[in-house]
Design a protein around this ligand. Structure first.
Ligand code: GLP
Length: 259
């Protein structure tokens, strides 16, 4: 795991965008896994800026959304697909046929999940998967107790997750209780993973995910077993890490060597 600790959210977003840009330069037909939530908003803004001001092209990129609420189609303004489209996809030059989305209103959701898995395989797999981390330690909607070998499926959301998601919903509209998510096993098959976490309310769970045991009670901890993971944290999110100084030192060394 490469742990990169930066000063604040702005720096985190720029650093993450740099990483995507580098991968894109090496592989213009990048298969990019997209997450939802507040954390990637700054990254998405920066990617849009790079596209608009610096001509960074996404023409050959294929994207795969990580999650959706069960019962919501990507056209629903409260859906996660809509969020990703509004904040990123519709502002880039990615052809619509290259944007793959989970549809929470699919007639047969189980079949839809299997179809989505096949789609990823047919595309040759995800090259770079972007992830946030929930306060329960989830990646995607893989709540505590998820199988660490799970595939794309419907998942009952944790109370904490439902509560955290409710901030995105207008008063009177409750956050969904179930979601569709790429499985832990599916995520682990990505060639490379970039996990972002910002702010003090993630500090404790981040330390469990990075420094704690690998457990299905914190599904992000399984990333310790993946060969190519970068975690970008701001100081606040890194504040509970025991080996914080070591990570900073190691990163400094890598930078000196131009890695
Ligand atoms: C949501 C999403 C995750 C996201 C996480 C954290 O439930 N399913 O993809 O990473 O919670 O969200 P935020 O970045 O808003 O803290």
């Amino acid at each position: 795991m490469r742990i990169v600790i930066v000063r604040d959210y702005e720096e985190l977003s720029r650093e993450a965008a740099r990483k995507v840009k580098t991968r894109l330069a090496a592989r213009p037909d990048l298969k990019l896994g997209l997450c939802a939530g507040s954390t990637p908003e700054g990254l998405y803004k920066e990617l849009v800026r790079l596209h608009r001001d610096e001509g960074l092209s996404f023409k050959r990129v294929q994207t795969f959304n990580l999650v959706e609420y069960l019962g919501m189609g990507p056209g629903d303004p409260n859906s996660l697909g809509f969020f990703i489209s509004e904040n990123l996809l519709r502002r880039l030059d990615i052809p619509e046929t290259n944007r793959h989305v989970l549809d929470g209103r699919a007639e047969n959701p189980e079949k839809h999940c299997r179809w989505y898995e096949d789609l990823i395989i047919k595309a040759g797999g995800i090259d770079l998967q972007l992830l946030g981390i929930g306060r329960v330690g989830h990646i995607g909607f893989n709540e505590p107790g998820s199988s660490l070998a799970s595939r794309t499926r419907i998942k009952k959301l944790d109370e904490q997750t439902i509560q955290d998601n409710s901030r995105f919903f207008p008063p009177g509209r409750t956050a969904p209780e179930r979601g569709i998510t790429l499985g832990v096993g599916t995520i682990l098959e990505s060639e490379e993973i970039l996990l972002l976490a910002s702010s003090a309310n993630k500090a404790e769970i981040v330390s469990k995910a990075i420094e704690g045991p690998v457990t299905n009670q914190v599904t992000a901890s399984i990333l310790q077993l993946h060969p190519k993971v970068t975690v970008i944290l701001d100081e606040a999110a890194a504040s509970c890490l025991e080996r914080k100084e070591y990570y900073k030192y190691a990163e400094e060394q890598r930078r000196r060597k131009g890695e």
